[in-house]
Design a protein around this ligand. Structure first.
Ligand SMILES: [Zn+2]
Length: 369
């Protein structure tokens, strides 16, 4: 064999070895059902406890669910194989059914919530197979926040906001008022407006595509904003069906489709159950109904300057040597999703107040220098 040929053979052997290579995190906590690995033992212990705590509640809540023996890996980058690199770069976690393994991102903002979401994928029995792929994502989200209610408002705010961006923007009513005492011109200033918040990348996404796309699948090539919008639509439709019919009702729809020999639930059944139509306007309206004061607060907390810029604009020009704390104390800014809905006071949200104050302070410094 020529040396070149030999090198090629050796390379192939190396590739074959590498292709089976999965680097399991070092620390390991095993129980009867769960095998949890993480970089640090404390993390593996925490997630192991969460698995034990969530599993029975999940099975009790959702019909036809059962948790197989599962392994859970918490990694810097959730990775199934190192070679070829098999991962969902933007995902905080995923479930690999062939390995019965959940992969989680160590730095995920809410690791337990992501774990609960992936556990639902692992637990769903065969009668759920008629649920369209992206709609299953909505079910996983709904169950995860039912099990961990402290995460509900944050998840819903993020998902519904992404859905609204897919529908052309999030429409909000806002009201700003500055007292005469702190106003630069000594007069009360007021602004009442309807605003439309848009995502960084304007990409309109037809809500009907939620029934076709597999937004949660690694093999689906979708832009991040499109994927996020689809997850938002899935959460919206599932939340509405659960509000109206509960888990048993949604399960009945899935089993009826299967009994009729359908591989997938007809979209009209899901639309009817959620009281939505094919018209994007009905989705827009439903989103606004779903965004209550708690969700709006979370939204502002996540992206304070989305509306903060508007307040800064309103307060300019700053009088020379203005006392920023007094100025903000004499100012109010409220928003609501629908004209008659309860509004929230943005300046009462510390993250918002700090961001606006910091921006004003920078402008003041610039003007002074
Ligand atoms: Zn998922």
């Amino acid at each position: 064999m020529s040396p070149i040929r030999l090198r090629a053979c050796l390379l192939l052997v190396c590739l074959a070895v590498l292709s089976a290579c999965q680097s399991a995190p070092r620390a390991r906590v095993q129980s009867a059902r769960f095998d949890v690995r993480a970089g640090e033992r404390a993390v593996a212990e925490k997630i192991s406890r969460a698995c034990e705590e969530l599993a029975p509640r999940l099975v009790e809540l959702v019909p036809d669910t059962e948790l197989p023996e599962l392994s859970v890996w918490i990694q810097e980058l959730p990775t199934l194989y190192e070679f070829p690199l098999t991962t969902l770069p933007e995902a905080d976690g995923f479930y690999a059914p062939d390995h019965r393994r959940i992969h989680l991102r160590q730095s995920a903002p809410d690791l337990e919530r992501t774990l609960a979401h992936e556990m639902v994928h692992a637990a769903l029995g065969p009668s759920w197979s008629s649920l369209p792929g992206t709609i299953e994502e909505g079910l996983c989200d709904a169950v995860s926040v039912e099990l961990l209610p402290q995460s509900r408002a944050r998840v819903r705010a993020g998902r519904y906001c992404a859905a609204a961006f897919g529908l052309g923007g999030l429409r909000l009513s806002l009201h700003i008022r500055t007292d005469a005492l702190v106003s630069p011109d000594g007069l009360t200033r007021e602004l009442e407006a309807r605003v439309r918040l848009e995502g960084e990348r304007r990409e309109s996404v037809d809500p009907m595509s939620v029934f076709e796309a597999q937004a949660g699948s690694a093999s689906t090539k979708l832009s991040v904003s499109r994927k996020k919008a689809l997850y938002g639509y899935a959460d919206l439709i599932v939340d509405r069906i659960l509000e109206r019919r509960g888990y048993a009702g949604l399960h009945r729809i899935a089993t009826t489709a299967r009994q009729q020999g359908r591989t997938q639930i007809p979209r009209q059944w899901l639309l009817d159950a959620a009281e939505l139509t094919r018209d994007p306007e009905s989705w827009q309206q439903a989103l606004l109904e779903g965004l209550g004061p708690q969700e709006l607060e979370e939204l502002v907390r996540m992206q304070p300057m989305l509306l903060g810029d508007m307040l800064v604009e309103f307060l300019l020009p700053l009088p020379q040597g203005a006392d920023l704390d007094a100025l903000l104390a004499g100012t109010s800014m409220t928003i609501c999703a629908q004209p008659e809905a309860a509004s929230i006071n943005l300046l009462a949200i510390p993250e918002f107040r700090h961001s606006v104050r910091a921006r004003l302070a920078r402008l003041q410094d610039k003007a002074d220098s």
